[in-house]
Design a protein. Structure first.
Length: 317
């Protein structure tokens, strides 16, 4: 752990175990502004014109991984995280970043990062506490802004056969839906960036196309983004019975001409004074990954990296 300069900001926390490097802003944020392999590319998008500044009156996207609150609105969600951040070590390879409280909305945010002794995995924890005097409804939200030019892979649940005649059905659930797909008003089924397959959804970032977005309940537990031979993997859980914002979306993804955003969303709760809500996810990087074009490529290239056998039949078991 050391404080370094980065892209115009004098104070940024650099975390490294020799196999990966993570940089978090301290003059604003906190934002995870860089995540990379040794001597590798930063997989996160940086908006050059917004780097190095602080104290702006309005929220700046800047890039990287940020801490938002859902449901989305134009006030609390877009609170300007443009002030200095305190940090403290909470273990040999763990840190906690604490920005000033957002007294206008009665909340205090914290970001915790835990590195492993070896490998590229990072545990990311976002915690929000109600420091006000009245309950407030919210969900912690972790958008990660990825650099342009890559392809996102979202796994789908295994397919099942139609149960056929009612007498052959084992239960009413055999006829019930098991997936949710939520569409934003600017989504277009004719958009060629999307490919909805049998086992995966693909979204290609295109520097010539504007906004598109979907959301899913997403019980499968991982998503990935491949760009210039580096695979970024985000893992997270799904809790049955939980209420998630935006018609039940645990995961959302957005893209425009600048970037692609991978967004985890926590449970929607009525947070009582003094209580906290937490969103946890883990990240991992893999280098020298060949390009992928098809679902068979994902089975062959990506699943073995994640510890999943590389055939659909084995996966469905």
């Amino acid at each position: 752990m050391q404080v370094i300069g980065y892209r115009g900001w004098p104070n940024n926390l650099c975390l490294s175990n020799g196999e990966m490097e993570l940089i978090v802003t301290l003059d604003v944020g906190p934002r995870i502004i860089s995540y990379r392999l040794p001597d590798g590319i930063n997989v996160l998008k940086n908006y050059d014109s917004m780097l190095g500044g602080s104290g702006e009156a309005e929220w700046q996207i800047r890039g990287g991984h940020r801490f938002w609150l859902a449901p989305e609105d134009l006030t609390r969600t877009y609170f300007a995280d443009n002030r200095p951040v305190k940090w403290e070590a909470i273990g040999d390879r763990a840190v906690r970043m604490t920005p000033p409280p957002e007294v206008e909305y009665g909340v205090q945010k914290e970001m915790e990062l835990q590195l492993m002794a070896k490998g590229t995995r990072v545990e990311v924890t976002l915690r929000v506490t109600n420091i006000g005097n009245v309950p407030t409804e919210l969900a912690p939200w972790g958008p990660t802004v990825m650099a342009p030019g890559g392809i996102e892979v979202i796994p789908l649940p295994p397919k099942k056969n139609h149960p056929g005649h009612p007498s052959k059905a084992k239960s009413p659930a055999d006829y019930a839906p098991n997936q949710e797909l939520i569409l934003w008003p600017y989504f277009d089924f004719a958009d060629t960036r999307w490919m909805f397959g049998n086992r995966y959804i693909f979204l290609r970032q295109d520097v010539n196309k504007g906004p598109t977005k979907i959301g899913l309940a997403h019980r499968t537990g991982w998503v990935a983004y491949l760009n210039s031979g580096v695979l970024f993997v985000k893992r997270f859980d799904y809790r049955d019975g939980a209420v998630y914002p935006d018609l039940g979306t645990r995961y959302q993804t957005f893209s425009n001409e600048d970037m692609l955003e991978m967004e985890t969303v926590g449970e929607l709760v009525t947070l009582q004074p003094g209580k906290s809500a937490v969103l946890r996810e883990s990240w991992e990087l893999f280098g020298n990954v060949p390009p992928i074009q098809t679902e068979a490529d994902v089975d062959r290239v990506i699943l073995p990296l994640l510890g999943v056998p590389g055939t659909p039949a084995a996966r469905d078991k």
